[in-house]
Design a protein around this ligand. Structure first.
Ligand SMILES: *Cc1c(COP(=O)(O)O)cnc(C)c1O
Length: 231
Protein backbone atom coordinates (compact mmCIF):
# COMPACT_ATOMS: atom_id res chain seq x y z
CA UNK A 1 0.00 0.00 0.00
CA UNK A 2 1.69 3.23 -1.17
CA UNK A 3 0.27 5.19 1.75
CA UNK A 4 2.24 3.02 4.18
CA UNK A 5 5.39 4.11 2.37
CA UNK A 6 4.37 7.75 2.68
CA UNK A 7 3.83 7.29 6.41
CA UNK A 8 7.16 5.49 6.83
CA UNK A 9 8.97 8.22 4.87
CA UNK A 10 7.37 10.98 6.97
CA UNK A 11 8.36 9.15 10.17
CA UNK A 12 11.97 9.02 8.95
CA UNK A 13 12.06 12.59 7.65
CA UNK A 14 10.74 14.03 10.89
CA UNK A 15 12.67 11.77 13.25
CA UNK A 16 9.60 10.22 14.75
CA UNK A 17 9.86 6.90 16.56
CA UNK A 18 9.28 3.90 14.24
CA UNK A 19 5.74 2.54 14.62
CA UNK A 20 4.61 5.69 16.41
CA UNK A 21 1.97 6.50 13.77
CA UNK A 22 -1.01 4.24 13.18
CA UNK A 23 -2.99 4.11 9.97
CA UNK A 24 -6.75 4.42 10.30
CA UNK A 25 -8.18 3.41 6.91
CA UNK A 26 -11.24 5.58 6.28
CA UNK A 27 -13.67 3.31 4.48
CA UNK A 28 -16.77 5.53 4.36
CA UNK A 29 -18.63 5.06 1.07
CA UNK A 30 -16.38 2.15 0.14
CA UNK A 31 -17.94 -1.29 -0.21
CA UNK A 32 -17.40 -4.08 2.32
CA UNK A 33 -15.44 -6.06 -0.28
CA UNK A 34 -12.76 -3.35 -0.33
CA UNK A 35 -12.54 -3.37 3.46
CA UNK A 36 -12.14 -7.14 3.35
CA UNK A 37 -9.34 -6.85 0.80
CA UNK A 38 -7.49 -4.29 2.94
CA UNK A 39 -7.99 -6.57 5.96
CA UNK A 40 -6.49 -9.50 4.13
CA UNK A 41 -3.52 -7.24 3.33
CA UNK A 42 -3.06 -6.66 7.07
CA UNK A 43 -5.10 -3.53 7.86
CA UNK A 44 -7.13 -3.79 11.09
CA UNK A 45 -8.42 -0.27 11.90
CA UNK A 46 -11.21 1.22 9.82
CA UNK A 47 -13.01 4.54 10.13
CA UNK A 48 -16.63 5.21 9.19
CA UNK A 49 -18.65 8.44 9.19
CA UNK A 50 -22.22 7.34 8.54
CA UNK A 51 -23.89 5.11 11.09
CA UNK A 52 -26.35 3.15 8.93
CA UNK A 53 -23.75 2.44 6.28
CA UNK A 54 -21.25 1.37 8.94
CA UNK A 55 -23.70 -0.99 10.66
CA UNK A 56 -24.47 -2.64 7.35
CA UNK A 57 -20.82 -3.26 6.61
CA UNK A 58 -20.10 -4.44 10.17
CA UNK A 59 -22.80 -7.08 9.79
CA UNK A 60 -21.27 -8.19 6.51
CA UNK A 61 -17.75 -8.36 7.96
CA UNK A 62 -18.76 -9.77 11.33
CA UNK A 63 -16.20 -12.58 11.35
CA UNK A 64 -13.21 -10.23 10.93
CA UNK A 65 -11.36 -8.83 13.95
CA UNK A 66 -11.74 -5.21 12.85
CA UNK A 67 -11.28 -2.25 15.18
CA UNK A 68 -14.07 0.16 14.17
CA UNK A 69 -13.69 3.93 14.59
CA UNK A 70 -16.58 6.36 14.29
CA UNK A 71 -15.22 9.59 12.78
CA UNK A 72 -18.44 11.35 11.78
CA UNK A 73 -20.60 13.80 13.64
CA UNK A 74 -22.24 12.17 16.66
CA UNK A 75 -25.95 13.00 16.71
CA UNK A 76 -27.56 12.50 20.10
CA UNK A 77 -30.27 10.17 18.79
CA UNK A 78 -27.52 7.83 17.51
CA UNK A 79 -25.33 7.55 20.58
CA UNK A 80 -26.78 4.22 21.69
CA UNK A 81 -26.04 2.51 18.40
CA UNK A 82 -22.58 4.08 18.23
CA UNK A 83 -21.75 3.08 21.81
CA UNK A 84 -22.83 -0.47 21.06
CA UNK A 85 -21.00 -0.99 17.79
CA UNK A 86 -17.74 0.96 17.77
CA UNK A 87 -14.37 0.68 19.51
CA UNK A 88 -13.43 4.34 19.14
CA UNK A 89 -15.29 7.64 18.63
CA UNK A 90 -13.22 10.59 17.38
CA UNK A 91 -15.63 13.49 17.09
CA UNK A 92 -16.68 14.39 20.63
CA UNK A 93 -17.04 18.10 21.33
CA UNK A 94 -19.80 18.24 23.98
CA UNK A 95 -20.02 16.77 27.44
CA UNK A 96 -23.63 15.74 26.88
CA UNK A 97 -22.66 13.47 23.99
CA UNK A 98 -19.85 11.95 26.03
CA UNK A 99 -22.19 11.31 28.97
CA UNK A 100 -24.69 9.56 26.75
CA UNK A 101 -22.02 7.37 25.18
CA UNK A 102 -20.71 6.45 28.63
CA UNK A 103 -24.20 5.68 29.95
CA UNK A 104 -25.02 3.61 26.89
CA UNK A 105 -21.77 1.66 26.49
CA UNK A 106 -22.78 -2.00 26.91
CA UNK A 107 -21.52 -3.74 30.07
CA UNK A 108 -19.91 -6.59 28.19
CA UNK A 109 -17.66 -4.30 26.16
CA UNK A 110 -14.49 -2.54 27.34
CA UNK A 111 -14.68 1.23 27.85
CA UNK A 112 -15.18 3.16 24.62
CA UNK A 113 -12.03 4.97 23.42
CA UNK A 114 -12.74 8.62 22.63
CA UNK A 115 -10.98 11.66 21.20
CA UNK A 116 -12.13 15.23 21.65
CA UNK A 117 -12.52 17.12 18.40
CA UNK A 118 -10.86 20.51 18.56
CA UNK A 119 -11.47 23.49 16.31
CA UNK A 120 -8.97 26.28 16.80
CA UNK A 121 -9.79 27.98 13.52
CA UNK A 122 -12.69 29.87 15.03
CA UNK A 123 -15.08 28.59 12.38
CA UNK A 124 -18.36 28.49 14.21
CA UNK A 125 -19.96 26.37 11.51
CA UNK A 126 -17.56 23.52 12.11
CA UNK A 127 -17.65 20.95 14.85
CA UNK A 128 -15.02 21.01 17.54
CA UNK A 129 -14.30 22.56 20.91
CA UNK A 130 -12.34 25.81 21.15
CA UNK A 131 -9.09 26.31 23.01
CA UNK A 132 -10.58 27.95 26.07
CA UNK A 133 -13.04 25.23 26.99
CA UNK A 134 -10.86 22.26 26.13
CA UNK A 135 -9.30 21.54 29.53
CA UNK A 136 -12.66 21.69 31.27
CA UNK A 137 -14.23 19.28 28.76
CA UNK A 138 -11.24 16.93 28.88
CA UNK A 139 -11.38 16.77 32.65
CA UNK A 140 -15.09 16.02 32.66
CA UNK A 141 -14.81 13.34 29.96
CA UNK A 142 -11.78 11.73 31.57
CA UNK A 143 -13.80 10.71 34.63
CA UNK A 144 -16.77 9.18 32.81
CA UNK A 145 -16.80 5.52 33.84
CA UNK A 146 -17.42 3.81 30.52
CA UNK A 147 -15.21 6.00 28.34
CA UNK A 148 -11.47 6.12 28.01
CA UNK A 149 -10.20 9.53 26.93
CA UNK A 150 -7.38 8.87 24.45
CA UNK A 151 -6.62 12.25 22.94
CA UNK A 152 -7.50 14.94 20.45
CA UNK A 153 -8.85 14.82 16.93
CA UNK A 154 -8.44 17.67 14.45
CA UNK A 155 -9.62 18.42 10.96
CA UNK A 156 -7.99 21.74 10.16
CA UNK A 157 -8.84 23.66 7.01
CA UNK A 158 -6.38 22.99 4.21
CA UNK A 159 -3.68 25.65 4.08
CA UNK A 160 -2.01 26.90 0.92
CA UNK A 161 1.56 26.26 2.02
CA UNK A 162 3.16 23.48 4.07
CA UNK A 163 4.40 25.79 6.81
CA UNK A 164 0.90 27.10 7.46
CA UNK A 165 -0.44 23.56 7.41
CA UNK A 166 2.12 22.48 9.97
CA UNK A 167 1.31 25.47 12.16
CA UNK A 168 -2.33 24.33 12.35
CA UNK A 169 -1.32 20.85 13.44
CA UNK A 170 1.23 22.24 15.86
CA UNK A 171 -1.53 24.12 17.71
CA UNK A 172 -3.28 20.81 18.29
CA UNK A 173 -0.07 19.15 19.52
CA UNK A 174 0.52 22.09 21.86
CA UNK A 175 -2.99 21.76 23.24
CA UNK A 176 -2.38 18.07 23.92
CA UNK A 177 0.82 18.96 25.74
CA UNK A 178 -1.05 21.45 27.91
CA UNK A 179 -3.57 18.77 28.83
CA UNK A 180 -0.78 16.42 29.84
CA UNK A 181 0.76 19.14 31.98
CA UNK A 182 -2.63 19.60 33.61
CA UNK A 183 -2.49 15.93 34.60
CA UNK A 184 -4.83 14.53 31.96
CA UNK A 185 -3.26 11.39 30.51
CA UNK A 186 -3.72 11.11 26.74
CA UNK A 187 -1.74 9.22 24.14
CA UNK A 188 -3.44 9.95 20.79
CA UNK A 189 -3.32 12.76 18.25
CA UNK A 190 -5.78 11.85 15.50
CA UNK A 191 -4.86 14.18 12.66
CA UNK A 192 -3.74 14.06 9.06
CA UNK A 193 -5.65 12.92 5.96
CA UNK A 194 -4.65 11.93 2.44
CA UNK A 195 -3.49 15.40 1.40
CA UNK A 196 -1.74 16.49 4.59
CA UNK A 197 -0.50 13.40 6.41
CA UNK A 198 3.17 14.47 6.14
CA UNK A 199 2.50 17.80 7.89
CA UNK A 200 0.49 16.03 10.60
CA UNK A 201 3.21 13.44 11.21
CA UNK A 202 5.81 16.22 11.35
CA UNK A 203 3.83 17.74 14.21
CA UNK A 204 3.24 14.59 16.21
CA UNK A 205 0.18 12.81 14.82
CA UNK A 206 -0.12 9.30 16.25
CA UNK A 207 -3.07 8.26 14.08
CA UNK A 208 -3.63 9.43 10.52
CA UNK A 209 -7.12 9.01 9.03
CA UNK A 210 -6.68 8.16 5.39
CA UNK A 211 -9.44 7.50 2.88
CA UNK A 212 -8.71 8.25 -0.77
CA UNK A 213 -4.99 7.46 -0.57
CA UNK A 214 -5.93 3.95 0.63
CA UNK A 215 -9.07 3.14 -1.36
CA UNK A 216 -9.09 5.62 -4.23
CA UNK A 217 -11.70 8.29 -4.86
CA UNK A 218 -15.07 8.06 -3.21
CA UNK A 219 -18.03 8.07 -5.56
CA UNK A 220 -20.70 9.35 -3.26
CA UNK A 221 -20.95 13.00 -4.22
CA UNK A 222 -20.17 13.76 -0.60
CA UNK A 223 -23.39 12.30 0.75
CA UNK A 224 -21.94 9.09 2.06
CA UNK A 225 -24.43 7.01 0.13
CA UNK A 226 -23.15 3.94 -1.58
CA UNK A 227 -23.80 4.50 -5.24
CA UNK A 228 -21.10 2.53 -6.96
CA UNK A 229 -20.32 -1.11 -7.66
CA UNK A 230 -23.90 -2.16 -7.43
CA UNK A 231 -24.58 -0.88 -3.90
C1 LIG B 1 -13.34 11.36 5.02
C2 LIG B 1 -12.55 11.68 6.22
C3 LIG B 1 -11.17 11.43 6.28
C4 LIG B 1 -10.38 10.86 5.12
O1 LIG B 1 -10.21 11.82 4.12
P1 LIG B 1 -9.31 11.51 2.81
O2 LIG B 1 -9.05 12.87 2.27
O3 LIG B 1 -10.11 10.65 1.93
O4 LIG B 1 -8.06 10.86 3.28
C5 LIG B 1 -10.52 11.72 7.46
N1 LIG B 1 -11.16 12.22 8.54
C6 LIG B 1 -12.48 12.49 8.52
C7 LIG B 1 -13.12 13.05 9.73
C8 LIG B 1 -13.20 12.23 7.37
O5 LIG B 1 -14.52 12.52 7.36
Amino acid sequence: MAVRERIAAAIRDHHRRPQSVELLAVSKSQPAADIRAAYVAGQRRFGESYLQEALRKMAELDELAIEWHFIGRVQSNKTRAIAGAFDWVHGIDRLKTAQRLSDQRPEHRPPLNVCLQVNFGGETTKAGIGRHRLTELARAVSVLPRLRLRGLMALPEPATDPAAQRARFREVADAAERLRKAGIAIDTLSMGMSHDLEAAIAEGATMVRIGTAVFGERHDGGTGNLVHRGQ
